[in-house]
Each structure stands twice: as C-alpha cells, then as structure tokens.
Design a binder for this molecule. Structure first.
Ligand code: MRU
Length: 356
C-alpha cells in the first residue's frame, strides 16, 4: 500500500507565522488558528489548542522563533531579555511532557551558537532550528513506525489510549505511526480506541484521525477495555508517552496505567512508542515525574454541559505512570527495546549521543 499522506496539518508555518489546528473543537470543526508570539503559543499549549508531547515541543520551538522574529530590530540587550522571558513563558505552559523542555533546550543551544550574531541573524537561525525540530520529529516517527510495525501481526486488533497520532506530533504519529506503518507494509490492522475521559482525545481525535485515513477504528468507553480483553478481542496495546524515566517507567495519559495492568492480566503485549526526545534520562523513576492536574470542569462536564452536581469536589490528574515492568517493549526511532530497564535506557541514550 502507498504511504499515508496526511489530510490535515497539526501545525504549519505559513506567511511568517505559526498556524495550528484547534484540537479543542475537533471533530466538529476544522479550524486553523494563527499564532504570532511566544505568549500566544504558550496559551495555545496551556488551553490544549495543541497537545500531545512531540507536537507541544514543536509548537514551543516555533514560539521562540516567532518572538525572535518579532524582536529582531531591537537592541541586543532588549532582544536577549525578551527572548529569555519567552523561554520562561513556554516552559511554564505544561509540566509533564518532556518534549517541551527538550525542544526549548535545543532552541537555547541554537541561540547560544549565535552569540556574535545580530538579532536578525539569531532570529533566522532560531526559525531554522524550529523547522529542523519539526522535520526531525516526522523522520523519527517514520523510523519508529517501521521498527514497531514488526511487532504487529497481520489481522491484529490493537487497542490504543488517548491520541498518539499525527495530531500529537509533527506528522505520522508515534503509536498510530506504528499502526500506519504496519498497514503501509501490507498488514490488516484494526484499532480499538479508548474514548479517554475526561478530555476525550480518543473519541474526538484518534477516531477522527484514523477515519481520515480509512483505518478501521472502533470507539469504546474506557471501562470496556477489560471486558474486550477478557473475551480475546484485543491482540496488542500500543500507546505513546509524555515522559519515559531513566528506568523505563512511562508517564502517559491518565488511564494508561490501568490499561497496562489489564493487558498483563490477560497476557496481551503492551507497547510504548516514543521518540528519544520523550526519554528523560535525568529522572530516575516515574515517581519523580510531575503529573499535571487540570481544572475540575473537564471532569464535571464538557463545554456548557455539566453532568455532575455543581460544587462537587473533583480530582483531575491528567497523566499517570505505568511501571516499566508492565511494558513489553519500548519502540523508539533506534529500534525495539524489549523489557525496558535502567541499563538498557542508559545504553540507548549513550548510543544516540554518539550518533549525533
Ligand atoms: O494531555 P495531552 O492530550 O497532551 O496528552 C497526550 C498524551 O498523553 C499522548 O499519549 C502522549 O503525548 C503521546 S503523543 C505522541
């Protein structure tokens, strides 16, 4: 089968500004919003216009480039001060996905190479780096897809949680990229998508994205996963990640942990697809990962519709940690790591440093 060509852009550079598809209104509306400053991009990340770890990283990189371009006629001191604030604003937008901090570190290194350049040259260099981060993400997803596709059997029914697709990345996707690559390789694969309460990334985004590509997808309520597994209706689980700790523990969308426990109970392989930019070697284990808590309204209802009693106490942690021992394999652009652990992760990170 020919390769999939995306029918939408998660984010794109058009006429000197960033445009992002508004993921809050999908699938009802396909709306591209323009962004012309780091502050606007930070708001877009916080309010979930763009979400998904690699996509957030790309957006942040463009946020820095936008401010650098906006400030390019300022004197150096002003340029440096304002750009420093842009880094801080973007770093404060969401706490869990490490790709955000990874992309900002990459932008900072690019900026440091411009020490003797004027503001206009620095701005050009920073835009170039943002484009490179975007292109590298698509390339990593394609390579990850090819490695991961080997694990997917012809005819497999694959459960996924949240959205780890093209909408969560610069293109192709991580978990959904593996599925796309398996299909491109000639396999028949169907997807069971958890709706992913409370923000409904599975129902609104994964279902829509897969339908755009005519990939068979069946939506289930999150609490139906165990039942389907017990009936032998799921052959594999594949999810993305927001941060993989140094020992292989995986932070991903809330509910991932219970899916992993169910998969182990039913002897179903549980795969995590994540680029190296999602691995945080500086964090020893999942307990050290900051878990974002979002507003109560996301749990009490959706939009103007409230189904819970007004004023009821709510907890809304939006990520959880799956211990490495429940992960059958970690798929990265470098290959498939079975039973990830601290030694293997350390070796992978060292190896990839040497490849640069
Ligand atoms: O809150 P979100 O929608 O940003 O959470 C996204 C996820 O948890 C994804 O599974 C993860 O970022 C992997 S995306 C390739």
């Amino acid at each position: 089968m020919a390769g999939f060509r995306s029918k939408f852009d998660t984010l794109r550079w058009r006429d000197g500004r960033l445009e992002m598809i508004d993921q809050r209104v999908l699938p009802a509306e396909i709306l591209y919003l323009p962004f012309d400053s780091a502050m606007a991009v930070a708001d877009g990340i916080r309010s979930m216009v763009v979400r998904g770890a690699p996509a957030i990283g790309c957006a942040a990189a463009y946020g820095i480039a936008l401010d650098a371009l906006r400030l390019r006629h300022q004197p150096p001191a002003e340029f440096n001060r304002e750009l420093g604030s842009a880094f801080c604003a973007l770093a404060a937008s969401r706490p869990t996905a490490v790709n955000l901090f990874w992309a900002l570190a990459r932008m900072r290194s690019a900026w440091e190479t411009c020490r003797n350049a004027d503001a206009a040259q620095s701005a050009e260099r920073l835009l170039e780096e943002a484009h490179a981060i975007f292109a590298d993400d698509v390339a990593a997803n394609r390579r990850m897809g090819r490695h991961g596709a080997e694990l997917i059997k012809d005819g497999a029914r694959v459960l996924t949680h949240c959205n780890a697709g093209a909408l969560a990345t610069a293109g192709h996707g991580t978990a959904l990229g593996v599925i796309r690559s398996a299909i491109e390789g000639g396999k028949k694969v169907s997807v069971i998508a958890d709706e992913t309460r409370p923000f409904l990334q599975g129902a609104r985004l994964t279902a829509w994205e897969l339908m755009q590509d005519d990939i068979p997808v069946t939506l289930i309520a999150d609490n139906a996963a165990g039942h389907l597994m017990s009936r032998g209706e799921i052959d594999a689980v594949i999810v993305g990640a927001d941060r993989v700790a140094g020992n292989g523990d995986v932070a991903n969308k809330i509910g991932t942990y219970q899916v992993a426990v169910l998969a182990r109970r039913h002897n179903i392989p549980f795969y995590v697809a994540a680029p190296l930019s999602t691995i945080d070697g500086a964090i020893a284990c999942g307990a050290d990962i900051t878990i974002e808590e979002r507003g109560a309204d996301e749990v009490r209802g959706h939009g103007d519709l409230h189904w819970a009693p007004a004023g009821v106490a709510v907890r809304n942690p939006v990520f959880d940690v799956t211990p490495a021992e429940l992960v059958t394999a970690l798929i990265t652009e470098q290959g498939v790591m079975r039973a990830p652990d601290a030694c293997k992760i350390k070796a992978l990170l060292n190896e990839s440093r040497h490849l640069k």
